[in-house]
Design a protein around this ligand. Sequence first.
Ligand SMILES: [Zn+2]
Length: 253
Amino acid sequence: MKYLQTEGLVTGSRSYSEADKLLTLFTLEKGKVPAIAKGACKTKSKLAASVQLFTRADFQLYMGKTLATVTQGEIKTSFYSLRYDLTNYAYGQYFCELVNRLLEEKEPFPEVYQLLLTVFEVLKNTELDMELLARSFELKLLSILGYRPYLDECLVCSRESDFYRFSYQEGGILCAECSLGSPGSQKINLGTLSIIKKLLSTKYSRLNILKVSPSQKKEILLINKKLLNYNVNLGSCKSLVFLEELGALPKVT
Ligand SMILES: [Zn+2]
């Protein structure tokens, strides 16, 4: 099967030469696929619109050994507004970068596809708290990929407690006693813990009903960053640095 017909989202797009664009496509059928769109930089190209960053389209791809070639693209949703608002653009780019980094090539992942598509759809809604949206996306993404943090009780002794520490190594919470053997853990208050659980279970469109203080937001950002770092190296995540520079995200280390 040399030709593949599939729906996909453009999660990476950059000029490769004067005429061509190099893309990362997240396709429903084959997962992440690196692709080239020949001639897409030319204004008269039929492909130009369908290979813009964030676009959802039906693609026809010629599957080469390492690189696919886009032969046709028919737009389903352009997500135009994400490209023309700097904050939305920065968040959209960050979500794409996380997905691109966390997924292997050519492994289909329909649940992650749906998660990314849904976040693009709600990202247009400027009423939403972008920070909470991003934290919820990060947690849901980690969860789908099998890194859901264990948050119900101490993961060593299974006891409920009024005091927990979060362990990145163990991927969950530990009571005071059990955390003694886990020096890398950090204190987490019960209110923050309950918000993290809600961020995992609440629909994006309903995130605004959560009451979250700035200090809790910082605490969750730090936890998510460390959780992600444990699985991907976020240190070189350009879109995250861009969000910090925009002032959309507090710098925490
Ligand atoms: Zn314990």
